[in-house]
Design a protein around this ligand. Structure first.
Ligand code: ZN
Length: 358
């Protein structure tokens, strides 16, 4: 009898222990099984520490990650801003963050819905808060992968692999062969990773602003108006004077496929009102030169004017993409000759048509 009681007691303890959240669950904050396509050699990410506990994350090329992310290590938790191009890339990011801190990732912020910033969302445990603009949620719930930007990207993967393989068969230089083999492996892993993609929306949304408090750290999530998409947010740390801008402001030219170029110029004026001295962009390296905001505004203003003028003359979007001449901005932006990406020109043509119909 006593033995039966003791056994019952042990079983009860066992059940309670299994029910209680395990410590490693909280630490991992991610699905148990690694997703497809995580294989890589060496570090996938370079962490650029810009302040105590504030890191800007740039891919090394060992794994397809595309956009940058950032993470903030607080007293008790970690906040990740953007989570790259695939579940595999986000998984490896979390693995590498564990080498910096064993605090749990409790929060992810999506600066916008684009694939290279939000397609890692699915690996996070349901207890993790994924925060984004209401528009970001709508897009990831509906047709984000049907949008031209992702469609072009994902349909381009196989031709890219075929092309690399073709080049490998004719290449005789050993170093170039090794580099091609590495690129093929990265691209094939990415293709496998994209195969498991399930766009996952934010489970916490905002439309204007939200502030997170972590000890003495204040983390503002701000929507500054139409820009790169209809729902970009920036993450602003007022005490550290750091802002994470996603693609609202990058180190170079930001893509325009879902943008509002004319309104973007005005929204960037709002960014200028924030008191920061370091920008962690969604593409390119961190920078401190705030004049870059003005350079990009000037460029965007001229893109809008030039493309609108060509449209008014009846020029096709394809021709306008070749002819639009923004070379006067080459001193400050990566421009090598005349032309604007077609996907951006098509967007401007669509916006003008939409507004004319109103
Ligand atoms: Zn983007």
């Amino acid at each position: 009898m006593r033995r039966a009681l003791a056994l019952g007691f042990i079983i009860t303890i066992g059940i309670v222990a299994a029910w209680l959240p395990r410590k490693d669950d909280a630490l991992a904050a991610q699905a148990r099984q690694a997703p497809a396509g995580t294989a890589h050699n060496g570090k996938a990410f370079r962490f650029n520490k810009v302040r105590d506990g504030v890191y800007h994350v740039v891919g090394t090329g060992a794994l397809a990650v595309v956009g940058n992310s950032s993470f903030i290590v607080n007293d008790d938790d970690v906040i990740v801003v953007d989570d790259h191009v695939s579940p595999a890339a986000a998984w490896v990011l979390l693995e590498e963050i564990k080498e910096v801190t064993n605090k749990p990732v409790t929060t992810v912020i999506n600066t916008h819905f684009h694939f290279d910033h939000a397609h890692g969302n699915q690996i996070f445990d349901s207890r993790v808060n994924i925060i984004g603009h209401e528009f970001t949620r709508q897009m990831l719930l509906s047709n984000s992968i049907g949008m031209p930007l992702y469609r072009n990207y994902v349909t381009g993967l196989q031709p890219q692999i075929d092309d690399l393989k073709k080049r490998l068969t004719t290449e005789s230089d050993a170093a170039t062969q090794a580099s091609l083999e590495r690129q093929i492996s990265v691209a094939e892993n990415n293709r496998a990773a994209q195969g498991e993609l399930k766009p996952t929306p934010p489970n916490v949304t905002l439309t204007d602003r939200m502030t997170l408090y972590r000890g003495s750290r204040e983390i503002q999530i701000r929507y500054l108006g139409h820009g790169h998409t209809a729902g970009d947010v920036v993450v602003f740390l007022p005490r550290e004077k750091v802002v994470m801008t996603g693609d609202f402001l990058t180190a170079g030219l930001s893509n325009m496929s879902d943008s509002f170029p004319d309104e973007w110029v005005t929204s960037l004026d709002q960014l200028k009102t924030l008191d920061f001295d370091t920008v962690l962009p969604g593409h390119g390296e961190a920078f401190t030169d705030k004049a870059k905001i003005g350079y990009f505004q000037d460029y965007m203003r001229d893109v809008w004017t030039e493309v609108s003028r060509l449209k008014q003359q009846g020029v096709s979007a394809e021709d306008a993409a070749k002819r639009a001449d923004l070379t006067k901005h080459r001193a400050h932006l990566p421009i090598t000759g005349p032309g604007v990406p077609l996907i951006g020109v098509q967007r401007i043509y669509d916006l003008i048509d939409q507004r004319a119909r109103r």
